[in-house]
Design a protein around this ligand. Structure first.
Ligand SMILES: *[C@@H]1O[C@H](CO)[C@@H](O)[C@H](O)[C@H]1NC(C)=O
Ligand SMILES: *[C@@H]1O[C@H](CO)[C@@H](O)[C@H](O)[C@H]1NC(C)=O
Ligand SMILES: *[C@@H]1O[C@H](CO)[C@@H](O)[C@H](O)[C@H]1NC(C)=O
Ligand SMILES: *[C@@H]1O[C@H](CO)[C@@H](O)[C@H](O)[C@H]1NC(C)=O
Ligand SMILES: *[C@@H]1O[C@H](CO)[C@@H](O)[C@H](O)[C@H]1NC(C)=O
Ligand SMILES: *[C@@H]1O[C@H](CO)[C@@H](O)[C@H](O)[C@H]1NC(C)=O
Ligand SMILES: *[C@@H]1O[C@H](CO)[C@@H](O)[C@H](O)[C@H]1NC(C)=O
Length: 618
């Protein structure tokens, strides 16, 4: 079966032939020790040991760069090597890119207010690829050169060189990190990130990160080249599977090209304790697909959206676009109900994503003997929601941030029309107000800004929105109108998970059609760093310009960024050059990248975010 064919396989209707145990953890996920991800502590000890929590009586009320953060005096050090590898997360042996030989990458842990220092080495000499790593959802206030976006705040890390990212753990909660270079994300460069701090709700057991993501068997370059090809025919790409913490089974009968494949590779397993409250940190670490996350016969209490604690609400299902997180608390069952295992499920949307195999599974056990015996759950799924769901997040009035911030009036409002268009060479690309987005790896915008150069004379595709001295910026996104008379009209239109770097923005409205001007919960709207822009709909976000810098706002679907779905906010440019050391830090990546790209041809497959499309004239 080709990855280009729309064909949905229902693994469950075919019944899983065997249940797990076909491959070792080393074969599916490499060096990951998943046991160290579960039963996480309430915080990390510091040295010398202090009594009490590292945050004392400080409350976590995220809202602005000026809020107080504990000064722990601690730096957490990590060393990441990015190299090619072969693993079989779902049984199908895949050419991957790996952090330290593992998939997903190592768990980054820190206490709120700690510094985190991560040395990233690019060992992709054999593939001749650059790289760069983004730490999703952080403010990076006064450290924006650590935000990991090539062409904006750094040059790519050249093959054979290293760059040390250093930033503050400025939020509490759950997130992830990933390559921000082309679509390397879909070849395996993802990992979880947990910051300990005051929590808004009590819980007993921290089950750690639960990463849910679509899996694409081909190498990312093939996918990007297909999406961006101007040959005739469809340019969609379909995911092959859906994983929970990097595992799932696959039906190897579908493999026709001789790739090694084992059908019962094994799913992730979790141990619940009767009657206890379990914290689950659910993160969509995918490349494209919108997920519906559920646990059979269990209710969830949602306590945060992305990094923002919210007044808790109960639900049976979470809707997560790529990049979004929900921390949830799940109360363990008691009595006879603990004598059976339960499925944890994550379903890729079949209306707003393109999955061959939408159903991701993991197993939850109360009984240790059942766990050891890989007993297969027979529990009842939560009701199907994709049919009715308009591919958007939970209703905006379902909850509010605990730290209250009313929506201020905006002094700059920008309406952005999103269209996919076919350009004159027959490539389908995204236009944001008639402008596509690309970056130049060799000329990071931050370096130019630091030099006082705001002219961007080379190419309008840098797509920079200079918000000048505005203090509150409102972006009104209008997704393309679906024209059903268009012969290329495809019923499964896309939802776009919109991520803004450097901010938790306020979400004023989303829904079908155009915005009617109504602000939902205007006295305290939801804040988060990623929100779904629904198909044929709108999303209104706004942020306060308290973080000078260059911050991309983009769809988090890897191929949509590749196709130019990217705009770069130049925020308070006049205050950027006040930051220290920019020139010196830029040189750390740009000197090596300039030297390397002078000697090597940079494969120009996409926008740069994911990839370079413009070579500097020399
Ligand atoms: C997920 O998919 C299963 C089929 O495998 C279905 O029974 C269930 O209702 C779906 N869950 C949601 C929330 O859509
Ligand atoms: C495809 O794009 C290339 C340039 O990228 C151009 O030379 C070629 O003519 C295009 N083909 C079609 C069918 O438009
Ligand atoms: C059309 O878009 C493709 C993909 O971004 C790009 O390579 C090509 O140069 C564009 N064509 C024109 C005429 O700009
Ligand atoms: C885009 O360009 C077309 C003409 O090329 C123009 O009619 C339209 O108003 C433009 N749209 C925006 C949002 O600038
Ligand atoms: C700004 O930077 C660009 C790209 O390097 C360059 O072409 C241009 O001359 C610079 N402008 C000024 C005023 O220095
Ligand atoms: C903002 O900048 C504009 C010119 O760019 C200027 O006219 C205006 O006075 C400035 N406003 C403030 C509050 O500084
Ligand atoms: C889209 O869906 C409608 C009704 O669900 C159907 O009649 C139509 O044929 C579909 N169009 C395409 C292009 O699949």
């Amino acid at each position: 079966m080709s990855f280009l064919t729309p064909f949905v396989v229902n693994l469950l209707s075919g019944a899983l032939p065997l249940f797990g145990g076909g491959l070792s953890n080393q074969q599916t996920n490499g060096n990951v020790d998943f046991r160290s991800w579960q039963n996480l502590p309430k915080f990390l000890p510091s040295s010398p040991r202090k009594y009490g929590t590292p945050w004392g009586s400080l409350k976590y009320e995220p809202g602005s760069v000026n809020e107080q953060m504990p000064d722990t005096g601690v730096t957490r050090h990590y060393d990441f090597d990015i190299a090619p590898g072969k693993l079989s997360p779902d049984g199908y042996q895949k050419d991957m890119l790996l952090f330290n030989g593992q998939y997903p990458g190592p768990l980054i842990e820190a206490n709120w207010g700690d510094w985190v220092e991560i040395k990233v080495t690019n060992s992709l000499q054999s593939l001749n690829e650059g790289t760069a790593v983004h730490w999703h959802g952080l403010r990076q206030y006064q450290t924006q050169f650590a935000d990991g976006v090539p062409g904006l705040v750094q040059c790519p890390i050249a093959p054979g060189s290293s760059f040390t990212y250093r930033f503050r753990a400025d939020h509490v909660g759950s997130s992830w990190y990933h390559s921000h270079y082309s679509a390397q994300i879909s070849s395996g460069l993802i990992g979880p990130m947990v910051f300990y701090g005051p929590r808004s709700q009590p819980y007993d057991i921290d089950m750690g990160p639960i990463m849910v993501n679509d899996l694409f068997h081909p190498y990312y370059e093939q996918l990007v080249e297909h999406v961006l090809s101007n040959s005739s025919g469809s340019h969609f790409v379909f995911s092959d599977n859906n994983l929970i913490n990097g595992k799932m089974d696959f039906d190897c009968a579908l493999v026709t090209d001789g790739t090694p494949c084992v059908s019962n590779a094994g799913v992730s397993k979790f141990q619940f304790r009767p009657g206890k409250d379990h914290l689950l940190r659910v993160v969509n670490t995918g490349s494209a697909g919108l997920q519906f996350f559920t646990i059979d016969e269990h209710e969830m209490t949602v306590i945060s959206n992305d990094f923002i604690p919210i007044t808790p609400y109960k639900t049976n299902s979470l809707t997560l676009g790529v990049g979004q997180r929900n921390d949830v608390i799940v109360r363990g069952k008691t009595g006879a109900a603990t004598q059976q295992p339960y499925w944890m499920r994550t379903n890729l949307s079949v209306n707003c994503a393109l999955p061959h195999q939408p159903y991701g599974l993991a197993a939850i056990y109360y009984d240790r003997a059942d766990f050891a015996a890989n007993k297969k759950p027979t529990s009842q799924p939560q009701p199907l929601i994709d049919a009715e769901m308009p591919c958007q997040n939970a209703p905006l009035d379902a909850s509010s941030p605990i730290a209250r911030i009313p929506a201020p009036p905006a002094d700059k409002v920008v309406v952005i029309q999103v269209l996919d268009v076919v350009n004159s060479t027959g490539h389908t690309i995204y236009h944001l107000n008639n402008q596509t987005g690309r970056v130049n790896y060799n000329e990071p915008v931050l370096r130019l800004a630091n030099e006082g150069n705001f002219s961007y004379p080379m190419d309008p595709d840098w797509n920079i929105l200079d918000t000048s001295n505005s203090s509150v910026v409102r972006l009104v996104w209008e997704n393309r109108k679906v024209d059903s008379s268009d012969p290329n009209f495809f019923n499964r239109t896309f939802a776009h998970p919109m991520h803004l770097h450097g901010h938790d923005y306020q979400v004023l409205s989303y829904g079908p059609g155009e915005w009617d001007g109504t602000i939902i919960n205007g006295d305290n709207p939801i804040r988060r760093d990623t929100t779904i822009l629904p198909p044929s709909g709108h999303l209104v976000m706004q942020f306060t310009t308290d973080n000078p810098g260059i911050w991309p706002v983009h769809c988090h679907v890897a191929w949509h960024v590749s196709a130019g779905f990217l705009m770069n906010i130049m925020e308070r440019p006049q205050d950027i050059d006040a930051q220290q050391n920019i020139e010196q830090i830029m040189a750390q990546t740009c000197d090596a990248w300039d030297a390397w790209s002078r000697e090597n041809v940079v494969n120009q497959v996409d926008s740069g975010l994911r990839r370079m499309a413009m070579e500097r004239e020399r």
